[in-house]
Write a protein that binds this ligand. Structure first.
Ligand code: SF4
Length: 83
């Protein structure tokens, strides 16, 4: 059975973004991450993308305008609130 991309992927701004950016390996604080985040800022599926990365515990790259450091900070803040 072939894997299918979620329907929201067709609306992803990064689908048509500059392919020079390495979305999956952009290091936090790098120019690549900054450039990816700029594209995310105007993406119509940003929230869905960010939530997907958080619930799947994505460890690499920029998703929903967040790099792994941003996601970790959000997880830490959520844990603090829940405690
Ligand atoms: S939020 Fe960013 S990484 Fe997610 S689909 Fe949109 S452009 Fe791509």
């Amino acid at each position: 059975m072939a894997l299918r991309a979620p329907k929201w992927h067709v609306h992803a701004a990064c689908r048509n973004a500059d392919q020079e950016h390495d979305w999956t390996n952009a290091e936090p604080g790098s120019k690549a991450a900054t450039d990816c985040k700029e594209t995310c800022r105007l993406c119509s599926v940003r929230l869905t993308c960010a939530i997907t990365a958080l619930i799947t515990d994505e460890s690499y790259g920029v998703w929903g305008g967040m790099d792994q450091v941003d996601r970790e900070a959000l997880r830490h803040a959520a844990a603090q609130i829940a405690a």
